[in-house]
Design a protein around this ligand. Structure first.
Ligand SMILES: Nc1ncnc2c1ncn2[C@@H]1O[C@H](COP(=O)(O)OP(=O)(O)O)[C@@H](O)[C@H]1O
Ligand SMILES: [Mg+2]
Length: 140
């Protein structure tokens, strides 16, 4: 049923916790694939060179480090692990990847790197739960 798992991570401890749960799920159901997605913000074009190029590189290095930490947290799974770096709004990126890759379930944290005191559910989690076409597992 959960053959194709999509895991969304943002470099937060919540995201790593979601990674460990996604891995448990992958092992339990002997999933075929585990796709890990990191979305990054577009860089404002007004930065100008050489700052623009530096910002693009720094962003890529950061996103790759987030992916690597997630792959580590996932550990050994029977599933094939794919990774995707996508520019744009995290919620939209997650929903779109899930749709185009026909994911069976999205696994993500209840909170992320944002620090809005009192919010029970992060803004991206809220949007994905509301608009995704497949089941969503919000990890606490
Ligand atoms: N840029 C991102 N790329 C991929 N997944 C993300 C991204 N930002 C958030 N997520 C996922 O959404 C979860 C909740 O984060 P979010 O809704 O952004 O909460 P907050 O408002 O606390 O930052 C994270 O634990 C992670 O699983
Ligand atoms: Mg966030």
């Amino acid at each position: 049923m959960f053959n194709k798992i999509l895991l969304a991570v943002d470099g937060s401890e919540h995201g790593l916790h979601a990674a460990r749960v996604a891995a448990e799920l992958a092992r339990a159901v002997k999933a075929e694939s585990l796709r890990i997605v990191v979305a990054y913000d577009p860089i404002p074009p007004y930065l100008g060179e050489p700052n623009l190029q530096q910002a693009i590189e720094a962003r890529l290095v950061n996103a790759k480090a987030i992916l690597e930490a997630a792959v580590d947290a996932v550990g050994k799974v029977p599933a094939k692990i794919n990774t995707e770096l996508i520019e744009g709004s995290p919620a939209e990126a997650i929903i779109e990847v899930a749709a185009t890759r026909s994911s069976d379930v999205i696994v993500m944290g209840s909170r992320g790197r944002g620090r809005i005191a009192g919010a029970l559910l992060g803004s991206n989690s809220q949007k994905v739960v509301s608009h995704a076409l497949c089941p969503v597992l919000i990890v606490r």
